[in-house]
Design a binder for this molecule. Structure first.
Ligand SMILES: *Cc1c(COP(=O)(O)O)cnc(C)c1O
Length: 315
C-alpha cells in the first residue's frame, strides 16, 4: 500500500522559489512560490495531492478501476489518466459533450494512458451522480471507484492539508487559484490559523465557491476558520477566458522569474497577487507563499486561443 506513497514517482521535495522580479522591488513584500508544477510531469501540482488518498482508498478496497467526470479540457481527466498508468488502475473518463475528432491534446493524452473515454450529452452530464446513470455505468464498465468531477472530496482536502502542514518556511499569506475550491479547503485546514489564506476564483460568478469550501472545511461544528477569503476580481471574464493583458503579464512573469505558468489557473492567481501587492493590499514586511498548482499541459490547448485572442485584441 505505502508503495504508492513512497514510489519515488512523485518529487516530494519541490523548491520554494523566491521571486526576484524587479516589478516587486521596493514594494516591501516578499513572494515565495511552492513549485508543485515540478512534482511530476503528468500528475502535476495540486492534482497529485487531491488524488493521493483517493488512490490509496481505491487500492485498499480492492478496486482496479477508476471512473471520473470532466470537460474535454479538464486537467483532472488528464491527471486521473496519468495516475491510472502510474499506479496500475484502469481508468474511465466520462466526458461532457460530444466527441470531436481529432482529439484535443488533453483527451489525446488521456487516451494514450489507456483511459476509456465515454461521452455524455450536457443535459445528462448535469445529472451525473444520479443513481440510475451510475447504475448504467456499472453495467457498462463493471465495478469502479468513483472520483467526483474536479477530484474534490474529503480525501482530496486531506491530501492537500497534510502536504501544506509540512511546509517548513515562514509566510503570512498562502495563495492558490480556485476551480472547485477543494485545494483552497486543503490549504485552510493544513496551515495554522495565524496565516491568512487567499483563494483566487478563476470562474466568473465564483460566489458559490465559499459555500463549497465551507462544506469541506467544517467537518465538525466546533471548528472555526476565520482566516480565509476568496478574491473574485481576477477571473478575466470566466473559466479559460483570457485577454491580452493577462497574456502580456504571463509573458513578462515567465521572463523575469523563469517559472512557467498557464493562463487558466496560475496565470490569473499571479496576476492577482501582483496587482494586490501594487495596490498595497499586503502589509509591508509580509511574505506571500503562492502554491503553484501545475497544470502546464493546459498551455498546449490554450495556444490557439491565445493566438486568436491577440489577433482579436489588435483588431
Ligand atoms: C484543477 C486545478 C486547479 C483547481 O483546483 P480546485 O481544487 O478545483 O480549486 C487549480 N490549478 C490547476 C493548475 C488545476 O489543474
Amino acid at each position: 500500500m505505502n508503495k504508492l506513497l513512497s514510489s519515488g514517482l512523485i518529487n516530494e521535495n519541490t523548491p520554494f522559489q523566491i521571486l526576484a522580479d524587479p516589478a516587486l522591488k521596493n514594494t516591501g513584500v516578499n513572494v515565495l512560490v511552492k513549485r508543485e508544477d515540478l512534482n511530476n510531469q503528468f500528475l502535476s501540482g495540486n492534482k497529485w495531492h487531491k488524488l493521493k488518498y483517493n488512490l490509496l482508498e481505491a487500492k485498499e478496497k480492492g478496486f482496479d478501476k477508476l471512473l471520473t467526470f470532466g470537460g474535454a479540457f479538464s486537467n483532472h481527466i488528464y491527471a486521473v489518466s496519468a495516475a491510472g498508468r502510474l499506479f496500475g488502475f484502469k481508468t474511465i473518463g466520462v466526458i461532457r459533450g460530444e466527441e470531436h475528432l481529432p482529439l484535443n491534446a488533453t483527451l489525446n493524452f488521456a487516451k494514450s494512458r489507456g483511459m476509456k473515454l465515454h461521452y455524455i450529452d450536457r443535459k445528462t452530464y448535469r445529472q451525473k451522480y444520479d443513481n440510475e446513470l451510475l447504475k448504467s455505468f456499472h453495467k457498462m464498465f463493471g465495478k469502479f471507484y468513483l472520483i467526483p468531477e474536479g477530484g474534490t472530496n474529503k480525501l482530496a482536502v486531506q491530501g492537500v492539508a497534510e502536504f501544506v502542514s509540512k511546509f517548513d518556511v515562514d509566510y503570512d499569506f498562502l495563495c492558490c487559484p480556485c476551480g472547485t475550491g477543494g485545494t483552497l479547503a486543503g490549504l485552510i485546514k493544513g496551515t495554522s490559523k495565524e496565516k491568512q489564506v487567499l483563494g483566487f476564483s478563476v470562474l466568473k460568478g465564483g460566489d458559490f465557491l465559499s459555500k463549497n469550501v465551507e462544506e469541506l472545511i467544517y467537518t465538525d461544528k466546533t471548528m472555526h476558520y476565520p482566516n480565509w477569503i476568496i478574491n473574485l476580481d481576477y477571473h478575466f471574464g470566466g473559466y479559460a477566458k483570457i485577454n491580452s493583458q493577462l497574456v502580456h503579464f504571463i509573458k513578462k512573469f515567465e521572463e523575469k522569474n523563469h517559472i512557467p505558468v498557464e493562463p487558466i489557473y496560475s496565470g490569473k492567481m499571479f496576476y492577482g497577487i501582483y496587482d494586490l501587492i501594487l495596490k498595497g493590499f499586503f502589509p509591508v514586511g509580509s511574505t506571500i507563499l503562492a502554491f503553484h498548482t501545475g497544470g502546464l499541459q493546459g498551455i498546449e490547448g490554450m495556444r490557439e486561443k491565445i493566438k486568436k485572442n491577440i489577433v482579436c485584441t489588435i483588431n
